[in-house]
Design a protein around this ligand. Structure first.
Ligand code: SAM
Length: 319
């Protein structure tokens, strides 16, 4: 289905739970324990009904995210259900990789096509600090596992933060020399905990790119959120995701379902359309999805306003 600006909306991102087993410094508050967070999630049946309705309106790509999607107990069943819908041809997850090693084979059997694994440092101690407790060895093992069983491409999401991990950009780029992975440098956004460190830590993709004259541009699909580069002869590539410095709103093709059961037309807009209470009525869900697509703003104003208008945090909307 097209929105009122003529953009074809074919991508649904679903935050399956707002729970996470890490508390990244730019995402999840440290002071809250799990019980204090909202701990919201939709049931398996509610998610299935929404996915089915969305598919009938032209959604062909689904990404499961969170929070940490691998904490959602029905993730395998949900991927299996989604993969049986003929018009859905792309099913992916965004995960921190802590639980992925043990789950990767079952997820693949269920129909998972691709993974994005968040990794903001290649150093054990720094990774532990950024994630407030994460174990980098588990993430490395998960990456290797995905590559070995043919979940491809494996994308690594790295939020670049000045003074925190920008000294490791070289190391991340070099990872792509011998590994068929795509490292995607993401600009820090002033949303959630990111607001607290944004001023001193934001670094634009242009600044990062200006440090590396050896990156060769690659042609990309118009709806891709990343601009791609590679090192000569490398097996993998490097993407830059620039939600701040060069927003990709005019080519945006997605809507989102939050863990609380609201549809969002844009990550950064205030608008949310509640669907959870209607999740057993196909006709109402269809109307709510159409309304969400209709309400999609032409662009977000995060740069102009210096903050996101979203009432939900990243771990509720899903990255
Ligand atoms: N737990 C999963 C993970 O760690 O990948 C999925 C959820 S996480 C919210 C999804 C993505 O959002 C991650 O790649 C994370 O780096 C990104 N993210 C969260 N807060 C952000 C912020 N303030 N600015 C930029 N990216 C952010």
């Amino acid at each position: 289905m097209n929105d009122k600006y003529g953009r074809k909306i074919n991508y649904l991102r679903i935050s399956l739970t707002d729970k996470c087993n890490l508390k990244c410094i730019y995402c999840m508050p440290s002071e809250k324990n799990e019980e204090e967070l909202f701990n919201s999630n939709m049931s398996y049946e509610e998610n299935c009904n929404i996915i089915k309705a969305a598919a009938s309106l032209g959604i062909s790509k689904i990404r499961f995210t969170g929070g940490e999607p691998l904490l959602y107990k029905d993730i395998n069943r949900l991927i299996a259900f989604t993969s049986k819908i003929a018009s859905i041809n792309d099913i992916s997850i965004t995960t921190n990789g802590m639980l992925l090693y043990d789950m990767a084979e079952d997820l693949k059997k269920s129909g998972l096509k691709r993974v994005n694994i968040s990794l903001d440092s290649l150093k054990k101690d720094k990774f532990k600090d950024i994630t407030r407790g994460g174990d980098i060895d588990k993430v490395f093992k998960s990456i290797e596992k995905c590559l070995s069983i043919g979940i491809e491409p494996v994308k690594i999401n790295t939020v670049i933060m000045r003074g925190i991990n920008d000294d490791e950009i070289d190391d991340f780029i070099n990872l792509t020399k011998d590994n068929p992975i795509s490292v995607r440098f993401i600009e820090l956004m002033p949303i959630g905990e990111g607001r607290k460190i944004y001023k001193e830590s934001f670094i634009s993709s242009d600044e990062v790119l200006s440090r590396y004259s050896n990156l060769i541009p690659i042609e990309i699909d118009k709806s891709s959120t990343a601009t791609l580069y590679k090192l000569k002869g490398a097996k993998g590539n490097i993407g830059f995701i620039t939600p701040m410095s060069c927003k990709f709103c005019s080519d945006c093709n997605r809507i989102r379902l939050t863990s609380a059961g609201t549809l969002k037309p844009c990550l950064h807009s205030e608008t949310e359309i509640s669907v959870k209470e209607y999740a057993d009525s196909n006709s109402i869900i269809l109307d709510k999805i159409k309304e969400t697509i209709y309400e999609k703003p032409s662009e977000h104003r995060i740069l102009e306003e210096g903050k996101s208008d979203s009432k939900k945090m990243m771990y509720q909307v899903g990255g």
